[in-house]
Design a protein around this ligand. Structure first.
Ligand SMILES: *Cc1c(COP(=O)(O)O)cnc(C)c1O
Length: 360
């Protein structure tokens, strides 16, 4: 069996060690005689798995007791509605920054529940930069300020945490969570779909400052009420037990790599290698302002779009998978999440150099 290098944006590559451990424990978790998939979520075994995962996530991300950590379902997209239902009064408003396709989806969904003010947007320039914060038209009346630190599709990443003053800062960290150190205390709420850096799809981790609990609107579905989920240890209903377990294995793996500080340095090195290669080539290009280039998702184009299919076929033949760009952007995209080894980036660059030599 050979594992390919999988550059998919999500669901994304997982650490091989994690998959091996899950395989070894598949039929019999630590002498319990059961697979984790078959366990009651109320059992001592599963409760220990769940609590360990939460503890490790808190340690990795530096989450204090002022915050609740929730393991919810429905992916990041369900949070687009859950957030306004819990944090915005029906006659209130929220501020949103528009830096790409995920921002737009969050804005569209929140707009169904109240007044959304788009305080800044880089749409006119094709989402290739982050608007300077001095130009943002924020309001102290807003229930919260929402932004997307890493736009997974465009490959645009904030290199700063916005200052929202007294207004709670809300971040969709789906594709950047645990990829570099972040000061959680600057945020009111952080959410992340698991399938990029954390585990299987469907699971979504939510880190919420406790004073923001308990304000859900009356009509909020029970399953979307942060207070209810927090009060029940994310087990108001049957949680996504196997995904939660796998996330826990990923957290252990990340701790063994040295945590977010160490993985952040590795991620920066991986991304710089690829961007430097692209910039030095006259065959490949990336349109994002260098300061805001994503460490996680690197879109690039070839000199001729007509070569795209040949490029992808050659990549597949070498075990470099899922490099096709998002349909809305075109070209290619290499996602370099935590679990992508540096050797995968090296293999990609070797192939890109060879392709450019032969076809450029
Ligand atoms: C992947 C992604 C989402 C959507 O996640 P789902 O789990 O599919 O709902 C939302 N926001 C960002 C930034 C993403 O990368």
């Amino acid at each position: 069996m050979t594992r390919a290098y999988n550059f998919c944006a999500g669901p994304a590559t997982l650490p091989e060690e994690v998959l091996r451990q899950a395989r070894d424990e598949m039929l019999d978790w630590q002498g319990s005689g059961m697979s984790v998939m078959e366990m009651s979520h109320r059992s001592d075994e599963f409760v220990s798995i769940a609590e360990t995962a939460e503890r490790d996530l808190r340690e990795l991300a530096g989450v204090s007791d002022d915050y609740a950590v929730l393991f919810m379902q429905g992916g990041a997209s369900s949070q687009f509605a859950t957030i306004p239902l819990n944090l915005m009064a029906a006659d209130g408003s929220a501020d949103y920054v528009n830096t790409g396709i995920w921002s737009k989806k969050a804005i569209a969904e929140a707009s169904r529940y109240g007044k959304v003010n788009v305080v800044a947007s880089s749409e006119e320039g094709g989402f290739t930069t982050v608007p300077d914060q001095s130009q943002w038209d924020c309001s102290v009346e807003a229930s919260y300020l929402h932004y997307t630190p890493n736009e997974t599709i465009g490959g645009l990443e904030f290199d700063f945490v916005p200052d929202s003053g007294p207004v709670p800062l809300v971040a969709d960290m789906s594709s950047t969570m645990l990829s570099r150190p972040v000061d959680v205390s600057k945020f009111g709420l952080i959410y992340a779909g698991a399938q990029k850096n954390i585990g299987p799809s469907g699971l979504v981790t939510v880190i919420i400052r406790k004073d923001l609990l308990g304000h859900a609107r009356r009509e909020t579905p029970t399953m979307m009420n942060y207070q209810v989920i927090a009060d029940n240890g994310s087990m108001y209903n049957t949680p996504a037990t196997y995904s939660w377990y796998l996330a826990g294995l990923v957290f252990k793996w990340l701790k063994a790599q040295g945590g977010v500080e160490a993985i952040g340095q590795l991620n920066q090195r991986k991304a710089s290698k690829l961007y430097n290669f692209i910039d030095d080539s006259d065959f490949y290009a990336n349109p994002i302002a260098p300061r805001f280039r994503s460490w996680m998702n690197v879109p690039f184009t070839l000199a001729e779009d007509s070569l795209n299919n040949d490029f992808l076929a050659g990549a597949n033949a070498r075990g470099l998978l899922n490099l096709k760009g998002h349909r809305s952007v075109g070209g290619m995209r290499a996602s370099l999440y935590n679990a992508m080894p540096e050797a995968g980036v090296d293999a990609l660059i070797d192939y890109m150099a060879e392709f450019a030599r032969e076809r450029g």
